[in-house]
Design a protein around this ligand. Structure first.
Ligand SMILES: [Fe+2]
Ligand SMILES: [Fe+2]
Length: 491
């Protein structure tokens, strides 16, 4: 964990409109994080505590000059300052993540500070917050909620959990969005097919078409990522390598989104991700499809695909931001953080952010798609623990956290057995509670349902009880279920 001291904030330069709110919101989130950490570490009469408290209080009062109420809340995995969605960059990620975990722990959407709040109230607030332990302890949580809630702290309140926006959509909109996502996903797969056939036949790559395709993917992900992410769970394609490039691109853009990348950067990232394995078109099909273990000469050839990729891109695209990123990613996506991996180079240099993102997305998609091609069945849980194990030596640990948090405890397409005896397929992660995703119920104890229906596993039946609980994830083969039939079914 990075210590609070490591995060420095510059004084606020007042700008106008949304830009100003964005800046104030980000500064306030950082200062709040620093204070929450500080209150767990220092006594209130300590000099560090006092100076950081003064910095936070000044920040809050500056914000309260703009508006009567300052609200910091988390909705659908994003942090909001009032109505402004904060663009969280890598530096601000720890602060944002800490607040989101705190809100999850307290089962709230966020905090609200009102104009007129006194130092006394703020000190009481941090006094209560110093008891935050991140242990999942129901009694402790209730105690903290009581101390923070009601009228105990004047000019402060807890913001209740906001219903997920998507659950309020009408079925017609859902149907349209699903259809659009499918069109976009399969359109992208066709485009990858085109890239591969052009590359194999040494024809110029259809660069502008791919740019347009990626821009559509980015727009889809920006407007609603649920349905595209769900489609990444489809694994039974005739030629999975096409879907692999599209999946890696979708995952990479979704990670970029969480890092606050602007649209043009997201498009470059998605483009580079689509081309990451283009060098494999220079490897013989027999080797690519070779069943069983590869020998050392096979591996030698396989390890050449990053260099083939760079040559192919360099020879068939004009040099611009897109092609430069694509070459970097093609070259580096099998290089590890500690310098190991391939291609071997005689010196260590820092891997590009885009390559670090693509490496994680590539690994996850490859390892969770192995089942169909290899005899060993690698479940998502295994993929997760493997990624955690490899983070730091192979992957950027912070990006692994962003990725795993995005994919959720049960990724889209996972089949779950519920305590009601029902079988459900995960549709999307619930950022408020990663172990309680949104699912489609497809069977009950009497068998498959004619009309599968969607539920949120976060739904309660009483004050404390949930309507449905996950017993475990199960293998679709065991139940004779083809996940793709349900993902592609019309609503
Ligand atoms: Fe590769
Ligand atoms: Fe790959």
């Amino acid at each position: 964990m990075v210590e609070a001291d490591a995060i420095k904030t510059a004084p606020i330069e007042i700008k106008s409109g949304a830009q100003q709110e964005q800046l104030v919101g980000k500064q306030l989130v950082t200062q709040l994080y620093v204070m929450l950490r500080t209150s767990c570490l220092y006594d209130f009469d300590n000099d560090s505590f006092r100076s950081r408290f003064a910095a936070f209080r000044d920040e809050l009062h500056s914000a309260l000059k703009l508006t009567d109420t300052v609200e910091i809340r988390s909705v659908d995995g994003y942090l909001f300052f009032g109505d402004v969605r904060l663009r969280v960059d890598l530096d601000g990620y720890l602060a944002a993540r800490y607040l989101q975990e705190l809100f999850d722990y307290l089962k709230i959407s966020g905090f609200e500070f009102l104009r007129g709040i006194t130092d006394d109230t703020l000190l009481k607030f941090f006094g209560i917050m110093s008891q935050y332990t991140q242990r999942d302890d129901k009694e402790h949580r209730e105690q903290m909620r009581q101390l923070l809630g009601g009228d105990n702290l004047p000019c402060f309140s807890l913001v209740p959990v906001t219903t997920l926006q998507s659950s309020l959509e009408d079925p017609k909109t859902i149907k349209e969005k699903k259809a659009l996502a499918k069109q976009c996903f399969f359109g992208a797969i066709n485009k990858v097919g085109e890239i591969v056939s052009h590359a194999t036949a040494d024809r110029p790559l259809p660069v502008s078409k791919v740019k347009r395709t990626v821009q559509i993917l980015v727009d889809q992900l920006l407007s609603d990522e649920t349905y595209l992410m769900e489609l990444t769970a489809l694994k039974d394609f005739d030629d999975y390598t096409f879907a692999h490039s599209v999946n890696v691109s979708i995952y990479a853009v979704a990670v970029g989104l969480r890092l606050g990348m602007p649209r043009p950067q997201l498009a470059e990232l998605g483009f580079a991700a689509i081309f990451h394995d283009i060098g494999k078109t220079r490897i013989s099909k027999d080797l690519l499809n070779k069943p069983g273990k590869l020998n050392s000469s096979d591996w030698e050839q396989m390890h050449e695909h990053p260099v083939h990729g760079v040559k192919l891109i360099g020879n068939s695209m004009t040099l611009d931001g897109y092609s430069a990123r694509a070459m970097l990613v093609a070259f580096e996506h099998h290089k590890n953080l500690d310098g190991s991996g391939y291609p071997y180079i005689d010196r260590t240099c820092e891997l590009n952010l885009y390559s670090r993102i693509v490496a994680i997305c590539d690994f996850f998609d490859a390892i969770t798609s192995r089942r169909r091609y290899q005899s060993n069945d690698v479940g998502k849980e295994t993929a997760f623990s493997e990624m955690m194990r490899l983070s730091a030596s192979k992957f950027d640990p912070l990006l692994v956290k962003v990725f795993l948090n995005m994919i959720g405890f049960y990724p889209a397409g996972t089949l779950l057995l519920l305590d009601t005896g029902e079988l459900a397929i995960v549709i999307s992660t619930n950022p408020e509670h990663i172990a309680r995703p949104r699912v489609r119920i497809i069977a009950n104890t009497s068998g498959l349902l004619d009309q599968p229906f969607v539920v949120e596993l976060i739904d309660h039946s009483g004050e404390h009880d949930f309507k449905r609980n996950v017993l475990r994830s199960v293998s679709p083969e065991k139940y004779g279920i083809r996940i793709s039939d349900f993902i592609l079914a019309e609503e």
